[in-house]
Design a protein around this ligand. Structure first.
Ligand SMILES: Nc1ncnc2c1ncn2[C@@H]1O[C@H](COP(=O)(O)OP(=O)(O)O)[C@@H](O)[C@H]1O
Ligand SMILES: [Mg+2]
Length: 140
């Protein structure tokens, strides 16, 4: 039923909970594909060199660390794992990948790195739930 899973992660605690859940789902469903997507904001070119390169390096370092922890949380899965780092708005990137890769389910956290603690759902999870082409599993 959930042969292709899209897991969306930022560096948040909830995204890690989502990663654990995505791993469970992939094992239970014997999913053939697990795609892990992270979006980042464009680095403004007006920063100039060497700042642009330094910003890219810092982002990559942070991303690699996030991915390491996320993969640990996912655990052993029977699925092929693909990772994607995409420039742009997280919600749009997640929806676009879900469409182009025809995924069967999106797994993501209820909240992210945002600071608006009062909200039940983060801005990206709200948008994805509203516009996704497939079921969305929101993990707390
Ligand atoms: N840049 C991102 N790339 C991929 N997934 C993301 C990104 N930001 C958030 N997410 C996913 O969306 C979930 C909810 O985050 P978000 O809606 O941004 O909440 P908040 O508004 O609290 O930051 C996260 O747990 C993560 O699964
Ligand atoms: Mg956020």
């Amino acid at each position: 039923m959930f042969g292709k899973i899209l897991l969306a992660v930022d560096g948040s605690e909830n995204a890690l909970h989502a990663a654990k859940m995505a791993g469970e789902l992939a094992r239970t469903m014997q999913s053939q594909n697990l795609r892990i997507v992270t979006a980042f904001n464009a680095i403004p070119s007006y920063l100039g060199e060497p700042h642009v390169q330094a910003a890219i390096d810092a982002r990559l370092k942070e991303y690699n660390e996030t991915l390491r922890v996320v993969l640990e949380a996912v655990g052993e899965v029977p699925s092929e794992i693909h990772t994607e780092l995409i420039e742009g708005s997280p919600a749009e990137a997640i929806i676009e990948v879900a469409q182009t890769r025809s995924v069967d389910v999106i797994v993501m956290g209820s909240r992210g790195m945002g600071t608006l603690g009062g909200l039940l759902l983060g801005s990206n999870s709200q948008k994805v739930v509203a516009h996704a082409p497939c079921p969305v599993l929101i993990v707390r």
